[in-house]
Ligand binder design. Structure first.
Ligand code: NAD
Length: 490
């Protein structure tokens, strides 16, 4: 297909005047799905002008009326759930079950944002001094921007967008250029709910569009999700330009397995975490530290589940793992597996160069397990972002927590155990923002913040829930005295 995707400004679809287009490719088949424009700074400016004009009246719409649009959006997302999920699988590669899971979480964020009339309420204190009252109100910021990564084409924009508009802001979305079709479908639904023109806008593109967002003086806030290098850049350039920025970055997530863990459950859940979404999840388990006696049973069981995992085209319901996003990613992952071996690890399961019958051209890497990985080596620190699990071993939980806390990232850390006191110690000490106890993907529900720490997050307020409401509003404090009629005592 050579359909050229359109941008969406000011309530209508616009052909891009970009000089360059990229092919959007199905990673399982290499079929070209569409052409995405790499929009220019001028196009970003057009979107910003539309969003700025819309803000003037949108902020005056009562919160209770603003959320009526979200109720309609929720209904349309439910009606189009299967179609959007299939689009995610086609352009991103994950299994259809994983795509449905992603859209479910997207919808949950719309539902939570419907509580904005309560969540953005302010505070009042009467008589802070005789006859003087003080109140704090929350007001929207103005034009905001969302920059998304490839691995959740549907969900991640929804960590921000429903809250931003429900709070009275207007929005520009810049989807990942690798997976722009899902947002194209979502914007078709946003068009149907008939928001005032300019409240939501979409600009396709990559670097140039991002830089234009970071430089544009009218944009007040930027929500970014992607790799740590780009997150750090977006945060520093955006804040240097006076913007409020929340930038979620990469990860290297550990799981600690204690000898008293339920091994059957632990291996099943760890495999889902490490190999689900082909390891392209910012909450994917990336390495496991077995403690004491846990090692032999766990390693043997993991090898078995890794070998059994059905890998193929994600629209086939029986498939448990799809391809990685592109050929460059596959080459990078296979190179990192080799780098691990060169560093002294051994391959318990080698998933390189698989033969996936019927999909020989796909970007497949089967589940791979490296064992005896050196905790201080490069491979133990590098985000592989593919279906590769590293195994390490220590003698006690303190040593394991020390390894976890030496890491550069802090997106998620998990512990498998049947001991409450071990769980409590871990929860208390682990330096990560999302903690799992006998959970392999500790993804916060929409009403909790998505809490990365360290190099997994730059900023203060995270996406989702109350954090999103705080991020998309600014507080105003009013101190009031109305003297004339208050001479009498009540
Ligand atoms: P990426 O950083 O390559 O791209 C993210 C966005 O930034 C895209 O919209 C892209 O167009 C833009 N971009 C890329 N390079 C840029 C540059 N040099 N200058 C300006 N903009 C640029 O990330 P990705 O490969 O799409 O996504 C995978 C990464 O995202 C992984 O590192 C993963 O851990 C991370 N991620 C983090 C979370 C989280 O919540 N912490 C969630 C999902 C993904």
């Amino acid at each position: 297909m050579n359909e050229k995707l359109l941008n969406y400004f000011n309530g209508s679809w616009q052909a891009s005047d970009a000089g360059e287009y990229l092919a959007v490719i199905n990673p399982a088949t290499q079929a070209v799905l569409a052409q995405v424009p790499l929009s220019t700074a001028t196009e970003v400016d057009t979107a910003v002008q539309a969003a700025a004009a819309a803000f003037v009246t949108w902020r005056q719409v009562p919160a209770g009326s603003r959320i009526q649009y979200l109720f309609k959006l929720k209904e349309l997302l439910e009606e189009n759930f299967e179609d959007i999920s299939r689009t995610i699988t086609l352009e991103c590669g994950k299994t259809i079950g994983e795509s449905r899971g992603e859209m479910r979480r997207a919808i949950e964020n719309v539902e939570v944002a419907c509580g904005i009339p309560l969540m953005m309420q302010g505070d009042v204190s009467e008589d802070i001094a005789a006859g003087i009252d003080e109140l704090m109100i929350r007001q929207p910021l103005g034009v905001t921007a969302i920059i998304a990564p490839f691995n959740f084409p549907g969900m991640i924009t929804f960590w921000f967008l429903p809250y931003a508009i429900a709070c009275g802001n207007t929005v520009i979305v810049k989807p990942s250029e690798k997976v722009p079709l899902t947002m194209q479908k979502v914007f078709k639904l946003l068009e149907q709910i008939e928001l005032p023109a300019g409240v939501v806008n979409m600009v396709h593109g990559s670097k140039e569009a991002v830089n234009a967002i970071l430089e544009h003086p009218t944009i007040k806030a930027v929500s970014f999700v992607g790799s740590t290098a780009v997150a750090r850049y977006v945060y520093s350039r955006g804040t240097a330009n006076g913007k409020r920025v929340q930038a979620q970055g990469g990860a290297k997530n550990p799981i600690i397995v204690l000898p008293d863990a339920d091994m059957e459950m632990t291996t099943r859940i760890t495999a889902d975490s490490a190999f689900g979404c082909a390891g392209q999840r910012c909450l994917a388990a990336s390495y496991v530290i077995t403690v004491g006696e846990a090692r032999h049973e766990f390693n043997a069981a993991m090898a078995e589940v890794a070998l059994e995992r059905v890998t193929g085209f994600g629209l086939d319901e029986a498939v448990q793992m799809g391809p990685v996003i592109n050929q460059a990613s596959r080459a990078r992952i296979e190179g990192l597996i080799q780098a691990g071996v060169d560093e002294g690890a051994s391959l318990l399961v080698d998933g390189r160069n698989p033969n996936i019958v019927g999909y020989e051209k796909g970007n497949f890497v089967r589940p791979t397990i490296l064992q005896d990985v050196n905790p201080a080596g490069n491979i133990a620190q590098t985000e592989i972002f593919g279906p590769v699990l590293s195994l390490m071993h220590v003698n006690d939980i303190d040593e394991a927590i020390q390894i976890v806390n030496q890491g550069q990232y802090g997106n998620m850390a998990c512990l498998f155990t049947s001991s409450g006191s071990a769980a409590r110690k871990f929860r208390y000490a682990a330096q990560a923002g999302n903690i799992g106890i006998n959970i392999g993907v500790a993804a916060p529900m929409a009403y909790f913040p998505f809490s990365g720490w360290k190099d997994s997050f730059f900023g203060t307020l995270h996406g989702q829930g109350r954090h999103a409401v705080e991020f998309f509003t600014q507080t105003k404090v009013v101190v009031e005295r109305w003297p004339s009629i208050w001479s009498r005592q009540f």
